[in-house]
Design a protein. Structure first.
Length: 585
């Protein structure tokens, strides 16, 4: 008698979840999704879909023959089809490792297969132990790298050794590479040379398109690809999903790469934070971190009470004391997670928030070469020794910042008259920086040479980071300032509000309600990112809200002008020492 069908049943939350960090989802790279969907041809709805256009773009991207690609309804459907085709007669055994992607076990049982696995939680992959499990009953060998849920990766030599053993036994090897974009190295090019290896990939993770359900299999031969293709109905993926995946490959690769960089930074920060909370995280090359806790169930429940959903594992003895946390993509989401973990583990949130701001800048810290006006260098350890009457000479700052992507020069005077000399290569960014300096009455020279041949992301981000760092250094210990500022600014039909606190702790809340993809040559998503990056390096709470408006140019300009006037208030001189009950900002 066949086993009853098994399903994917993650634990359910009793509380309302505001931040879903249990599903390894990312934000979509198609940031203007509504606009893109509105522009689709209605024929996509009334005609049956064709996968050819996406298949050809994928072939160009991966550098493989198009007839070796099979488009499936998510990467998991690729696994389902391959497993269904692999079982025959006495060959019904699947050899894999544990823990691993749960659907491997589900599909094997659905087709009356058996599972033989070796334990692999951390460290070097147990290649010899796994090879020992491969025999004449083996229908399929499956390895997942980076592994879900641990994030561990398998060396390419070990994959090839497993493949040789599988091939000798008459079984194929399926390599689940759903998270490969997050890894340090991609083995695809080498694995494509093998005639016994199938590779599963997806648009759900790095591309942030999980809801579209688009995955694909790279088959070892065109003939096997045809077998897999015919193991399903003729139209498994909707035309709209196929077209949005194709658009992602054509137009949004730079966005995908920049989002990968962002997630990797959060991954490092999350790993360190979980260690500080007493957890035992496993080094990950996915978009998540798995950590063991003595009280994992309690941590899961307490996070859920704060509206943060993470993953626990109900039916796996290896994982019963572990939780898996998806890496946030934006600072405000990460800070909400920090706040909750600080409550649970009795850590000081204000300290952790300030440390987050410092760590966020660490990748670029070595690229800063700065000179205080009238000084050759700045001794950061002596900032607290500066006296209020020294502030006059420390409200100007010069900074040179150089990375692989950008070279930036800044000369800033907080007590200026609004004079500017701005050259970034992005016309609308020049316009907004000019408005920011003019209306805040700071003199600003900012010149940037960036990799605009790639896109505008690095230029916009690095200009914001450099400007925030320059203001931070010009303020010194933040004595004798008003600290708080708020302002409304209209521009025709648009109205924006900014509230700022020069608290020494970063927290960006930026809600611009932009609808277009670009304003001028500046991507709207990077306009939002500019404000986020400015808040991080200036170490301030920055709330920028567009209250109303219909024209994106007007919305953005109103936002920058309100930010300028709020900063002018907060930076203004005031009597007294540091404006904080703590005595330090």
């Amino acid at each position: 008698m066949n086993n009853p069908p098994n399903g994917y049943r993650p634990p359910e939350f009793e509380s309302e979840i505001r931040y879903q960090l249990s599903r390894n989802e990312s934000r979509p790279v198609v940031h203007d999704l509504q606009e893109q969907l509105a522009g689709l041809d209605s024929k996509l709805v009334c005609h049956y879909p064709s996968h050819q256009a996406l298949q050809e773009k994928l072939a160009d991207w991966i550098e493989v023959d198009a007839d070796r690609l099979v488009i499936t309804a998510g990467g998991d459907e690729s696994i389902d089809r391959v497993m269904r085709l692999s079982f025959s007669g006495d060959r019904n055994k699947v050899v894999t490792h544990c823990p691993t992607f749960e659907m491997i076990d589900v599909y094997a049982k659905n087709y009356s297969g058996t599972l033989a696995s070796v334990e692999w939680m951390n460290g070097k992959f147990p290649v010899d132990a796994l090879i020992e499990r491969i025999d004449s009953d083996t229908a399929l060998v499956v390895v997942t790298t980076p592994n879900n849920p641990t994030g561990q990766v398998i060396d390419i030599d070990d994959i090839l050794a497993v493949n040789s053993a599988a091939e000798m036994a008459g079984a194929k090897l399926l390599v689940d590479n759903a998270y490969i974009e997050f890894a340090d190295q991609d083995p695809t090019e080498r694995l494509l040379l093998e005639r016994n290896i199938m590779i599963v990939r997806t648009f759900s993770k790095a591309w942030g398109l999980a809801g579209l359900r688009v995955g694909y299999l790279i088959a070892p031969t065109a003939e096997f690809a045809d077998e897999v293709r015919n193991a399903s109905g003729p139209f498994p993926v909707s035309a709209i999903s196929l077209e949005m995946a194709r658009k992602s490959l054509v137009d949004y690769q730079p966005k995908m790469r920049s989002q990968l960089d962002q997630i990797k930074r959060f991954r490092n920060l999350l790993f360190a934070l979980l260690e500080k909370c007493g957890g035992k995280p496993i080094p990950s090359q996915g978009n998540f971190v798995l950590a063991e806790f003595d009280n994992a169930q309690s941590v899961w429940s307490e996070l859920a009470k704060d509206g943060i959903g993470v993953r626990k594992f109900l039916n796996n003895s290896l994982l019963k004391n572990n939780i898996r946390l998806t890496c946030p993509v934006i600072p405000s989401e990460y800070l909400e997670l920090v706040r909750s973990l600080c409550r649970i583990f009795s850590l000081n949130f204000e300290t952790e928030k300030a440390e987050f701001g410092a760590k966020w800048l660490e990748p670029s810290a070595s690229s800063f070469q700065s000179t205080q006006a009238g000084q050759a260098d700045v001794d950061q350890s002596k900032l607290s020794e500066w006296k209020p009457d020294d502030v006059e000479s420390h409200r100007r700052f010069q900074l040179n910042r150089e990375t692989k992507e950008t070279t930036i020069e800044i000369d800033l005077n907080l007590d200026g008259t609004g004079k500017t000399e701005i050259e970034t290569g992005i016309g609308f960014l020049d316009h907004m920086l000019t408005a920011l300096a003019f209306h805040s009455k700071m003199d600003l020279v900012l010149k940037c040479r960036g990799d605009l041949h790639v896109d505008d992301h690095h230029t916009a981000e690095d200009c914001a980071l450099a400007l925030g760092a320059a203001i931070d250094q010009a303020l010194g210990p933040r004595k004798g300032i008003k600290r708080f500022g708020y302002a409304y600014a209209p521009l025709d039909e648009a109205l924006a509000r900014t509230v700022v606190d020069l608290s020494g702790r970063p927290w960006p809340e930026v809600h611009l309600k932009l609808e277009r993809e670009m304003v001028g040559s500046w991507a709207c998503e990077n306009i939002v990112h500019f404000f986020q990056s400015l808040a991080m390096s200036l170490k301030c709470s920055l709330h920028v809200d567009v209250i109303r408006g219909t024209n994106d140019h007007h919305r953005v300009e109103a936002a920058f002008k309100s930010c300028a006037k709020a900063l002018q208030q907060a930076l203004a001189r005031a009597e007294g020492d540091v404006p904080s009950t703590k005595g330090v900002l």
